[in-house]
Design a protein around this ligand. Structure first.
Ligand code: SAM
Length: 208
């Protein structure tokens, strides 16, 4: 009775299925909120081989970086682990070595660390700053994936400002799509922001 199961059990299944459509071995990808490392592991499986691909895993909390490092050590070969760079920092800026138009996918799983301090949640101002920088780093066809959590107060405000921002992006340069579960109150939602190929022509003419 395969049809009795939903195609997507959770917002994470949905997000991962979109990531797999665009990320290939050898790509450069960023997890901008690595937390306990579950999303980072998925990105590593999609982007890394022993000699190709790079994953940046960013989190503002030392506890998260340690937890994600431990999680990857248990699930990835040593060769693949060496292709992951952890950065304990706020994602409002990215490492300078990451060049413009070079990244295939940038992932945000907003909110707080599961099992951690709920006050250390992502904040709408820094999330918007980060998004602004992330847009410049994406290569044409590259995508930003944002999981929002409207079930808590800051999460609801954050979703509102991020959706408002995305809905005002030029349709010639950006393809923005928002998934919500209509029959699950306050469930997480998924926003996808993809840079179109047209954006490339625009960026080239601006001599990026
Ligand atoms: C929902 S958790 C991420 C879960 C993670 N993707 C996983 O698979 O386990 C959100 C994370 O965002 C981090 N965070 C909060 N504010 C941040 C900021 N300004 N910059 C970077 N990370 C931040 C938190 O420390 C927390 O670990």
């Amino acid at each position: 009775m395969r049809n009795s199961f939903p195609l997507f059990q959770s917002h994470l299944d949905l997000a991962h299925s979109y990531w797999s459509k665009i990320v290939q071995i050898g790509d450069l990808v960023i997890d901008a909120t690595c937390g306990n490392g579950h999303d980072t592991l998925k990105l590593c499986q999609l982007a890394l081989s022993n000699d190709k691909g790079k994953v940046y895993a960013i989190d503002i909390q030392k506890q998260a970086i340690e937890s994600a490092t431990h999680y990857l050590a248990n699930h990835l070969s040593f060769a693949l682990q060496t292709r992951v760079e952890f950065q304990e920092r706020c994602h409002s800026t990215f490492p300078d070595v990451i060049g413009p138009a070079s990244v295939k996918l940038i992932v945000y799983n907003l909110g707080y660390l599961p099992g951690g301090n709920k006050d250390q949640t992502t904040q709408r101002h820094t999330s918007l700053q980060s998004l602004h920088h992330a847009q410049k780093l994406l290569q044409p066809g590259g995508m930003i994936s944002i999981t929002c959590y409207p079930g808590h107060v800051e999460g609801a405000r954050e979703q509102e400002v991020i959706l408002s921002y995305a809905s005002r992006l030029s349709p010639q340069e950006w393809s923005c799509c928002h998934h919500t579960w209509l029959n699950r109150s306050l469930a997480p939602s998924l926003l996808l922001i993809q840079k179109t190929i047209n954006a490339y022509a625009h960026l080239k003419s601006d001599k990026l």
